[in-house]
Design a binder for this molecule. Structure first.
Ligand code: ADP
Ligand code: MG
Length: 415
């Protein structure tokens, strides 16, 4: 199983958030990492998924006993074999959990840092196949952080005393330089990859265009961006084929990509795009994995995608070289009905349907907001931008609104 399959099957989510997949891959490649990602970014999945995929057990050191129970209960509900061991467990519970671990029936073991000072626990763990040690809220190791915990300082020596050194991964939302240095030094990370998940992409310009004639919009846009490379995402294969034909008919250099094409044809189209043999590619969301083209200047969504995660991931393919990128979403309220239909017909459990519906509502919120679009996305990912005026989205930037009369947005930006 791949990480995306586990994401779907166990957690009921359809796409990764920015940064998650990279951290997961690093841990699966058995390399230490330090991930600094904002609160709400979804750090837990970054270690839970490798924890399920790696052999043996993953030990998760977490400072708050009160949260541990909730987290583990949620996991167990999702049929993930997890337990916690802390001072609130009764003798019976402890005995039962240790025997389950010994029998290889547990993948994720949550503990408080103080547990590492317990001799029985330590000698027991020395006999177990530990693949990964996760240090959640890793800033607790630093006196420069906001909630220093002396017991975090003992983690490194404990890990080194294991017969086989596991991979070590530290997670936090605290990003000051002093804390970062402390985490790198005091947690005993080795040749770690560091991820800093600030989600802002300052070189991207975001814009929603509502109730416009979409095909006309695209043809006009292409006509004024003949030199640029771009991707147009459409929801269905049929739509991709139709748009592709239309764009080609108008004399643009265009390709297409969807799962209905043969492997060979897809590979060829992807190469033509990557090596600038064609300017534009019309694609379904099947086009994504493995594209590494840095000079994509615009991403146009012909319809609203199902959630902000997917949208930001796809839109984020613009401007990877740091140059300007424009991310335009063409929206009409019909898109909501289509996405609702898809949720109702593709998602099985009631809970999952509800979750996808909530995510869809946030996506609709993006399409309909009169506020700053970048702020909307960043706050969705739990980030609070330092700037107050983005000036780089269709809602903040009055000029665009005035020049484009088909766009009924009034420029009232929250920022
Ligand atoms: P953090 O520890 O970074 O503050 P959490 O791991 O607690 O964040 O996740 C925050 C919320 O985001 C949780 O409700 C989690 O289920 C949700 N979440 C995480 N990853 C995804 C994803 N890929 N798609 C949708 N929701 C996600
Ligand atoms: Mg967390």
């Amino acid at each position: 199983m791949q990480p995306t399959d586990i994401l779907k099957q166990y957690f009921g989510y359809s796409s990764f958030r920015p940064g998650q997949e990279e951290v997961i891959k690093t841990l699966l490649a058995r390399r230490d990492c330090l991930a600094i990602m904002p609160t709400g970014a979804g750090k837990s999945l970054c270690f839970q998924i490798p924890g399920l995929m790696l052999p043996g057990i993953t030990l998760i050191i977490s400072p708050l006993i009160s949260l541990m129970k909730d987290q583990v209960d949620t996991l167990v509900n999702q049929e993930i074999p997890a337990v916690y061991i802390n001072s609130q467990c009764t003798w019976d519970e402890l005995r039962q959990r240790f025997s389950e671990i010994r029998a290889g029936r547990v993948k994720l073991v949550y503990i408080s840092p103080e547990r590492l000072q317990n001799e029985f626990f330590t000698s027991f763990m020395q006999t177990q196949p530990i693949s990964l040690v996760v240090i959640d809220e890793a800033h607790c190791v630093s006196q420069w952080g906001h909630d220093f915990r002396p017991s975090y300082c003992a983690i490194s020596a404990w890990v080194e005393a294991l017969p086989r050194r596991p991979v070590v991964a530290a997670f936090t939302a605290t990003a000051t330089e002093k804390v970062k240095k402390d985490m790198q030094q005091l947690l005993g990370l080795r040749e770690e990859r560091v991820f800093v998940g600030g989600f802002d992409r300052p070189n991207l310009y975001f814009r929603v265009v509502r109730d416009t004639d979409r095909t006309r919009f695209i043809l006009a846009y292409l006509a004024s961006h003949r030199e640029d490379s771009g991707i147009i995402y459409a929801a269905t294969r049929k739509e991709v084929d139709r748009l592709y034909t239309e764009i080609r008919h108008q004399g643009f250099s265009v390709g297409r990509y969807h799962a209905g094409m043969s492997d060979e044809a897809r590979k060829k189209e992807q190469e033509r795009f990557t090596y600038d043999k064609i300017q534009v590619i019309v694609a379904t969301n099947a086009f994504g994995m493995g594209i590494d083209k840095s000079n994509v200047r615009y991403i146009i969504h012909y319809q609203m995608p199902k959630n902000i995660e997917s949208y930001y991931q796809e839109a984020g393919r613009a401007g990877r070289d740091g140059g300007p990128g424009e991310c335009i979403l063409l929206f009409s309220r019909q898109d909501i009905m289509i996405q609702k239909y898809l949720i109702e017909h593709s998602v099985h459990t009631v809970e999952q349907q509800q979750r996808e519906q909530d995510m869809l509502n946030r996506m609709v919120g993006y399409c309909e907001t009169r506020g700053c679009l970048r702020q909307y996305i960043l706050s969705y990912f739990g980030e609070r931008p330092e700037w107050t005026a983005c000036g780089k989205c269709g809602n903040c930037d009055q000029e665009v609104v005035e020049e484009d009369q088909t766009n009924i947005v009034r420029p009232i930006c929250a920022c």
